[in-house]
Design a protein around this ligand. Structure first.
Ligand code: UDP
Ligand code: MG
Length: 338
C-alpha cells in the first residue's frame, strides 16, 4: 500500500512581497529587475508579488500591467484613486496569501537583498522582523531631524513601544498578518499596529538607500497628517492632558476666588461688583475646563471602542482543540511550519 505524501511536504512555504506604488514610472523598471534577481536567489521558498497601484496618474499602471502579464506570480491591485501609502499597504496585506509577508517600498530605498536576512530570522522563529534605519543618505536634514523627533515623541505618548527610526519595511508571519486583518480601524498607522499586536519581534539594522529615481511622494503636508495619525491612533494622552490642564487652572481659579473674597472682606482695595465678577469668571472658567476634560475622557473611550481592535491576541492555545475555545475574542491564530 502506498502511503499518501502530505501535500505540504511537497510545496515550499510562500513569501508575499507587498509593494505600494504611486507615480513611480521612473523607478518601476529597475525595481522589477532587482526584485526578479532577488526572487531568483530564494531557496526553498515560493514567492508572490502583490503590487498595489495607489491611483497613479503616470505610466506606472501600464508598466505594472505588462509586468503582471509576463509573470504568473505577480498580482496587481489598482486603486480607483490615490488612497495613500498606508491604505495601499493594507490592501496588499489583505490580499496576501503567503506564510510570511514583506512590506517594501517601490523606490528601492529598502534594498530587496535585506529580505534574505529577514527570512533567516523568520526561520529562527521570529514573527516580525522590522528593518531599522541606521543611515538615511540622500534625505534632507530637515526630514531626518523631524522623523527622529517624531518617533521619540510618539514613544513618550504611546502606551505601546513603537521602535525608533523604523518604517514599514518589515517581514510579518501569517499569525501577525491575520491579526492585522482583524483590526478594522480606518486611520491606519501600520507600523504602530504591528507593534501593538505583539508576538516575537526583532529589529534588523540596515542602511537605507537613496531613492533610485523620482521624488518622495510624501510632501510635508502628508508627513504631518501621517504623524498626527500615528500619535492619535496610539495615544489618548492629548485628551488626558486637557483634564490635567483643567484641574491646574481650576486650582488657580480657586486661589483667585479666595483672594478676591479676602480683598472684599478684610481690605478696602476693591471696586464695587469686582468680587462677584471675578468669582463668576474664575468659577465658570474652572468648571468649564474640567468638564471639557471629562468629555475628553469619554471621547477617548468611545475612540477606543470604535477602533474595534481585538481585546487580546492569543499566540497559542494549549490543551484546546486546534481552533481554540469557541468563545474567544481573539482572531484564530494558526502557526504554519516554515
Ligand atoms: N506611496 C503610495 N501612495 C502614496 C504615497 C506613496 O503608494 O500616496 C508609495 C510610494 O510609491 C513608495 C512608498 O509608498 O513606494 C513610499 O513613498 P515615498 O518613497 O514617496 O516616501 P519616503 O520614502 O520619501 O518617505
Ligand atoms: Mg521612499
Amino acid at each position: 500500500m502506498t502511503v499518501p505524501i502530505e501535500n505540504k511536504a511537497l510545496t515550499s512555504p510562500l513569501l508575499t512581497l507587498v509593494i505600494p506604488c504611486y507615480n513611480e514610472e521612473e523607478v518601476i523598471a529597475e525595481t522589477i529587475k532587482r526584485l526578479n534577481s532577488f526572487c531568483a536567489e530564494l531557496v526553498n521558498l515560493d514567492v508572490e508579488l502583490i503590487v498595489v497601484d495607489d491611483g497613479s496618474r503616470d505610466r506606472t499602471r501600464e508598466l505594472l500591467k505588462s509586468y503582471a502579464a509576463e509573470n504568473a506570480n505577480v498580482r496587481l491591485i489598482c486603486f480607483a484613486r490615490n488612497f495613500g501609502h498606508q491604505i495601499a499597504v493594507t490592501a496588499g496585506i489583505d490580499a496576501a496569501g503567503g506564510d510570511a509577508v514583506v512590506l517594501i517600498d517601490a523606490d528601492l530605498q529598502d534594498p530587496p537583498e535585506v529580505i534574505h536576512a529577514m527570512i533567516a530570522k523568520w526561520r529562527e522563529g521570529y514573527d516580525v522582523v522590522y528593518a531599522t534605519r541606521t543611515e538615511r543618505p540622500g534625505e534632507s536634514a530637515f526630514k531626518i531631524a523631524t522623523a527622529r523627533g517624531f518617533y521619540r515623541l510618539l514613544n513618550k505618548l504611546s502606551d505601546v513601544a513603537i521602535p525608533l527610526d523604523t518604517g514599514d519595511f518589515r517581514l510579518m508571519s501569517r499569525p501577525v498578518v491575520d491579526t492585522l486583518r482583524a483590526m478594522p480601524e480606518h486611520d491606519r498607522f501600520v507600523r504602530g499596529m504591528v507593534s501593538w499586536v505583539g508576538f516575537k519581534q526583532i529589529a534588523l539594522p540596515y542602511k537605507r538607500a537613496q531613492r533610485f529615481a523620482g521624488v518622495s511622494k510624501y510632501p510635508l503636508r502628508k508627513m504631518l497628517r501621517f504623524a498626527i495619525d500615528g500619535i492619535l491612533s496610539f495615544s489618548t494622552k492629548p485628551l488626558q492632558m486637557s483634564v490635567a490642564l483643567g484641574m491646574f487652572c481650576a486650582f488657580f481659579a480657586l486661589l483667585g476666588i479666595v483672594y478676591a473674597l479676602y480683598l472684599r472682606v478684610f481690605t478696602h482695595i476693591w471696586v464695587e461688583g469686582w468680587t462677584a465678577l471675578m468669582i463668576a469668571v474664575l468659577f465658570l472658567g474652572g468648571v468649564q475646563l474640567i468638564c471639557v476634560g471629562i468629555l475628553g475622557e469619554y471621547i477617548g473611550r468611545i475612540y477606543n471602542e470604535v477602533k474595534n481592535r481585538p481585546l487580546y491576541i492569543v499566540q497559542e492555545y494549549v490543551g484546546f482543540n486546534e481552533a481554540g475555545p469557541e468563545m474567544s475574542r481573539s482572531p484564530a491564530v494558526k502557526k504554519n511550519d516554515v
